[in-house]
Every structure is written in structure tokens, then in C-alpha cells.
Design a protein around this ligand. Structure first.
Ligand code: NAP
Length: 192
């Protein structure tokens, strides 16, 4: 499956390398391709383009940008290029405010998650929340004593099944928590 990763931070680079490792063609989308020079050296099969290039290239999209700009990145990717595609949403709605005693602040509340907002606005995309609740170093085939569980959710059962298959490749067992509203519980796991 051709994978377009929107985001060039630790999550974007880690997941992109993971998809390449598991045989998927990958294009990272970024506004600043130069900063991926080192990643490209280590991952010569990976391609780099704009958010729009990456979404057009993709059969499956991964959203891995700062939560505050998730909407902007999807708009830059292009509504038409997202329509009908699975969007694996790894983002968290972390506010531009310092943590309180180490606890992150969110710009959403417990009655509305970021993924619900995105699913409502980009209604043709098939969002599945995944990967947001674990640190980037644990996302791809982590070495734990037992298979770890990744909480996922989303409105489209076929999309969740596909993402569960990807998670299995990445060494995770998926636990489906329900429709998009379940992101209200999954997003705050990043605080822990
Ligand atoms: N780091 C982790 O371990 C971790 C774990 C789980 C979930 N998450 C979540 O995953 C997401 C990505 O985290 P991260 O640590 O990899 O990176 P990040 O620093 O949160 O985000 C980096 C990405 O945001 C994009 N970006 C920043 N400002 C932008 C703007 N105004 N318009 C468009 N794009 C913009 C950057 O674009 P350019 O490429 O153009 O610079 C870059 O691709 C976040 O939502 C985070 O909460 C992180």
C-alpha cells in the first residue's frame, strides 16, 4: 500500500521508516524538505514531497503534525486527495501552553476530540485514531515482554480493520474502542 505521511517530526520519520521496513512505498509530506536530508540518507527508498504531493501519492495517509495545525496540514494536502482514503491520525490536541506539573494542556475538552473535529470537516476521509498514545520510539516493533495493545477508534469498520493489520505488522495488537467519539478518551492517554 502506498503511504503518504503528513509530518516530518519524530512521529512522521519513525512511522515512515516503519512502513518502508514493512515493504510499503512511502512519501513524507513537509513544508521543509531540507530538514529530511539525514532521514533520506538512512532511508533511501523513502520519497519526500509537499503535503499535497504526499496525499496525492497515498493510498493510505498518516497524519503526524502538531495538533494545532492538523486542519491546516489537511487543507494543504487537499480535500480531493483525502476523499475515500484511510487517514491514520497520530495527532494529539496539545495546547500552546506549558504543562502543569508535567501534565499537558489540551485545546479540546472531554466532550469533543480533535479527531471528531477533523472527521466532521473532512467527511470524505476515513479517520482512524492510532499511535497517538505511545512515544515515537515505541511505535514500530517495540521490544516488550508481551504484545502491547494499541487503542484505536473511527467510524469506518473496514478502515479500522486495515489499520489493525498494519498495527499487527508493527508489533501491536489493536483494541477497537468504537466510533470517532472514542477519541475523547484515547487522545488524553498521551498525558499519561
Ligand atoms: N513525539 C512523539 O513521541 C509523539 C507520540 C505520539 C503522538 N504524537 C503526536 O504526533 C504529532 C506529531 O508529533 P511530532 O513530535 O512528530 O512532531 P511535531 O513537532 O508535533 O510536528 C511536526 C510537524 O508539524 C508540522 N507543522 C508545524 N507547524 C505547521 C504549520 N503551521 N502548518 C503545517 N504544518 C506544520 C511540521 O511541518 P514541516 O514538516 O513543514 O516542518 C512537521 O511536519 C503531534 O500531534 C503529537 O502530539 C507525538
Amino acid at each position: 500500500m502506498k503511504v503518504g505521511i503528513l509530518g516530518s517530526g519524530d512521529v512522521g520519520k519513525t512511522l515512515a521508516a516503519g512502513f518502508i521496513k514493512h515493504g510499503h512505498p512511502v512519501m513524507i509530506g513537509t513544508r521543509t524538505p531540507d530538514k529530511l536530508a539525514e532521514w533520506k540518507q538512512k532511508n533511501p527508498r523513502g520519497q519526500i514531497g509537499s503535503f499535497e504531493d504526499s496525499a496525492k501519492f497515498a493510498e493510505l495517509v498518516v497524519l503526524a503534525v502538531k495538533g494545532t495545525v492538523a486542519r491546516d496540514a489537511l487543507l494543504a494536502a487537499g480535500v480531493a486527495s483525502l476523499n475515500g482514503k484511510i487517514v491514520v491520525d497520530a495527532t494529539n490536541p496539545i495546547a500552546e501552553a506549558p504543562p502543569v506539573n508535567g501534565v499537558l494542556k489540551f485545546f479540546t475538552d472531554l466532550n469533543e476530540s480533535l479527531m471528531e473535529r477533523l472527521q466532521r470537516e473532512f467527511e470524505g476521509a476515513r479517520f482512524v485514531k492510532a499511535f497517538n498514545s505511545v512515544g515515537a520510539p515505541c511505535m514500530v516493533n517495540p521490544q516488550f515482554s508481551a504484545t502491547p495493545t494499541m487503542f484505536i477508534c473511527g467510524n469506518d469498520d473496514v478502515a479500522k480493520k486495515a489499520v489493525s493489520g498494519i498495527l499487527a505488522q508493527f508489533g501491536w495488537e489493536a483494541a477497537d474502542m468504537g466510533k470517532a467519539e472514542a477519541a475523547r478518551a484515547i487522545e488524553p492517554l498521551c498525558m499519561l
